[in-house]
Design a binder for this molecule. Structure first.
Ligand code: KG4
Ligand code: ZN
Length: 340
């Protein structure tokens, strides 16, 4: 089975062609047009700008994908597209485009939950089909969620953030530190030369007796510290120490909650996905915890961690194979949930 997928939920226009044969995923085409440079001067994503860029790029990228794979629309078995969550106008570009493709090709299509794409990206990275049940931790710019993944489409939310997502906390702290957008990768680089114990920062909700997260207190602590210690960001070592201390606090919270979730739900396989899972220190800490706990640990490869269309293709392909399809009346849903 071979499908083409489109992702336009935020600030990356992405197109992929994915094949599943004998239980093996093969990414035949993978293209991402990042808009980071366009949004950088504004310190975050500007929805109108994102939408216009998707409109400008998408058609050419799909034509390129088909030309490169030397395949016509009719040779594909279907299409997948992100229908939410994300920016409404940006999602609409991809969804409308794929409806047109499916209509022209006379093939089935499916609107995919962006988070479901992230969820399966660690398996896609290995080229294998997902195994159930497992514990999924999604850490992206918009979401931080722990899920019991019981089967395709059967998810139980075990915990999620009550305020900022982990990536959002990285980006907001990055902005406070005067770092270019997005702050996550910048903080990671600076943290490599810093002392994670230099500043005492809070680990919120560790004693909450539930699996929810909160990162806004941590962000506020950094702001208060910066107000007290004016000039800190101009000192190279102090800046590195603060980045390392902040990153360590985020990691401690994520690792602690993932361990609790695995123990409480007797899940033996843990996956880590979403843009923040590019973070090497987080991957290492999570892998160490998994080893101690006897968990199998799978993490998305960096190219499949941040937003891409191959992960949307993987989720879409699994659904199409299971006979699930979308109708032309389906609309985008900027607040689409995976469960509960
Ligand atoms: O999954 P993603 O591409 O987009 C969303 O669906 O939100 O994630 C983007 C997020 C941004 O907040 C970015 O700062 C963060 O992932 N990120 C990182 C790293 N690379 C990307 N955070 C920490 N360390 C990194 N190396
Ligand atoms: Zn994402």
């Amino acid at each position: 089975m071979r499908i083409l997928a489109v992702e336009t939920s935020c600030d990356e226009t992405a197109v992929a062609v994915l094949q599943l044969e004998d239980g093996i995923f093969q990414i035949l085409h993978h293209q991402i047009a990042s808009q980071i440079e366009q949004h950088r001067p504004f310190g975050g994503v500007v929805p109108e700008l994102a939408t216009r860029q998707h409109l400008l790029c998408l058609d050419g990228m799909v034509s390129h994908a088909l030309a490169q794979e030397s395949c016509s629309l009719g040779e594909l078995d279907g299409f997948a597209v992100t229908r939410g969550p994300g920016l409404a106008s940006a999602l609409l570009v991809g969804l409308s485009y794929v409806k047109g493709l499916a209509l022209a090709a006379g093939k089935p299509w499916i609107g995919v939950n962006h988070l479901e794409g992230h969820l399966y990206s660690p398996f896609l990275s290995l080229g294998v089909e997902p195994e159930f049940p497992h514990l999924g931790l999604i850490v992206s710019g918009g979401h931080t969620q722990l899920l019991a993944v019981r089967d395709l489409g059967d998810y139980v939310k075990l915990g999620s953030t009550l305020d900022d997502a982990a990536g959002e906390a990285f980006d907001k702290v990055g902005k406070m530190l005067g770092l270019p957008y997005p702050g996550g990768p910048q903080i990671e680089v600076l943290a490599r030369n810093g002392d994670p114990q230099a500043y005492v920062l809070p680990r919120s909700m560790l004693d909450s007796k539930n699996l929810n997260f909160s990162f806004s207190g941590l962000k506020t602590s950094v702001r208060v510290l910066l107000e007290k210690r004016t000039g800190l960001v101009d000192n190279e070592q102090e800046l590195a120490d603060l980045c390392a201390s902040f990153q360590a606090a985020v990691m401690d919270i994520l690792v602690y909650k993932a361990r609790q979730a695995a123990r409480e739900n007797s899940l033996k396989k843990l996956t880590l996905s979403g843009g923040v899972s590019c973070n090497q220190a987080l991957k290492k800490a999570m892998a160490q915890m998994a080893e101690i706990e006897g968990l199998e640990f799978l993490v998305a490869s960096p190219i499949l961690s941040t937003d891409n269309a191959a992960m949307i293709a993987a989720a879409g392909l699994l659904h199409l194979r299971a006979g699930h399809t979308s109708g032309y009346e389906l609309d985008v849903d900027p607040n689409l949930r995976l469960c509960g």
